[in-house]
Design a protein around this ligand. Structure first.
Ligand SMILES: *Cc1c(COP(=O)(O)O)cnc(C)c1O
Length: 395
């Protein structure tokens, strides 16, 4: 029996939605770590393969533990359906690949996670899909690009690592007028602080590896959309190409959703406090955080987000040397490209996550050699501030 009733409030859904107890009446969600399922008789198997009953067939198609995670996340997102994937990249790729064919066109914001950029820039064109990048913050560029019929629009907001926002409702309107479906990578906002489907997007994708797991354990992803899109486009692609999530990872992720809002609220609050402190430091040229008064797209942040996310990006006056000194002096904050973790993590995008881009492309995105991206974790804020101050003093 599913407890995913829509009249329950979000925090209750995060703990209860999708819960489906076995005959043993276990308190916590059971882990069904199995690849296949058996049938009572041949006719039942025949009916299952015809889609005449909803019994599980094979864990590439669906698994009871994976369903708990999918129903829980769908309830939070307010989506008809969710399918969990092995990684965030599997979610991004399959959500686009399932709907485009040779000769069609995809328009994307330039400020994308490195591997997302690679899919649009390198993989899709190989298969005869025309791809166009725009400056996601510039509505005129979107308008010009979406003057031509387009199949899909793909963007990330806030973007990695500069935290630029895209006006989701405005771009959704232009995308729909061009015949496109809009796919939003909502990792940085988290499912708590931005609801792309309500803002006009058609498909939302996550890397569940980030805030959803939130403890640096498992890789995972998710695709959420309405029933028509999922049944017609996504699910056939998913069943036959196999980007499915492992039941073990789904079990970890489903349990993590129970504490998502508590963790992210703390991390978000702490990141704003740290961003405000860093703004007072003179070795830093620029501090980016959507909650700061100085954030250039503050109005848009207030219109489309209900929180700020957990990242702070700084640009150090001293360039790469200063950035490396800060990273190497930090004792508490670890050097890692992951984010959304309980442990605070920092990275130097121009030599790691964005090193594949040309210097011109990095300059277009504002990723200078002094940029350091910091993902704020669950440590005591005071300890993090002291660690950052000590590192900045070394510059
Ligand atoms: C991490 C990330 C991805 C890729 O997710 P994986 O789980 O690492 O495959 C995609 N988009 C964004 C914005 C990310 O931060």
């Amino acid at each position: 029996m599913s407890n995913g009733k829509n009249d329950l409030r979000p925090q209750t859904q995060l703990v209860r939605a999708g819960l489906s107890r076995s005959q043993f009446r276990e308190t916590s969600e059971a882990l069904y770590l199995n690849s296949g399922f058996v049938f009572e008789n041949a006719a039942q198997a025949e009916a299952a393969f015809k889609g005449e009953n909803d019994s599980y067939i094979y864990s590439r198609y669906g698994n009871p533990t994976v369903s708990v995670f999918e129903e829980r996340l769908a309830a939070l997102e307010g989506a008809d359906m969710c399918r969990a994937t092995a990684t965030g990249m599997a979610a991004v790729f399959s959500s686009i690949a399932c709907q485009v064919r040779a000769g069609e066109r995809v328009v994307a914001s330039r400020a994308l996670f490195g591997s997302c950029h690679f899919i649009v820039d390198q993989i899709l064109p190989r298969w005869g899909i025309e791809t166009v990048f725009v400056d996601g913050t510039d509505l005129d560029e979107w308008e010009a690009a979406l003057n031509t019929p387009t199949r899909a629009v793909f963007l990330e907001s806030p973007s990695n690592p500069m935290l630029d926002l895209v006006d989701i409702p405005a771009v959704a309107e232009m995308a729909h007028a061009a015949g496109a479906r809009m796919v939003v990578d909502n990792v940085f906002a988290t499912p708590l602080y931005q609801k792309p489907l309500e803002l006009g997007a058609d498909i939302v994708v996550y890397s569940a590896t980030k805030h959803i797991d939130g403890h640096g354990r498992c890789l995972g992803g998710a695709v959420l959309a309405d029933e028509d899109f999922m049944n017609e486009h996504f699910i056939p692609f998913y069943r036959h190409t196999g980007p499915s999530m492992s039941p073990f990872n789904a079990w970890v992720m489903a349990k993590s959703l129970e504490t998502l809002s508590l963790r992210v609220a703390h991390q978000s609050q702490a990141s704003l406090e740290i961003a405000k402190h860093l703004e007072t430091q003179d070795k830093i040229r620029l501090v980016r955080h959507p909650g700061l008064e100085s954030f250039p797209q503050r109005d848009l942040a207030e219109r489309q987000m209900t929180g700020h996310g957990t990242l702070v990006t700084i640009d150090l006056e001293g360039g790469k040397d200063a950035a490396f000194t800060v990273l190497d002096t930090l004792e508490l904050v670890d050097i890692s490209n992951n984010l959304g973790d309980a442990k605070s993590l920092a990275c130097h995008p121009s030599t790691t996550t964005h090193s594949r881009l040309s210097p011109e492309e990095r300059a277009q995105l504002g990723i200078s050699d002094g940029v350091v991206r910091i993902s704020i974790g669950l440590e005591d804020v005071q300890d993090l501030l002291e660690d950052l101050d000590r590192a900045l003093a070394k510059v």
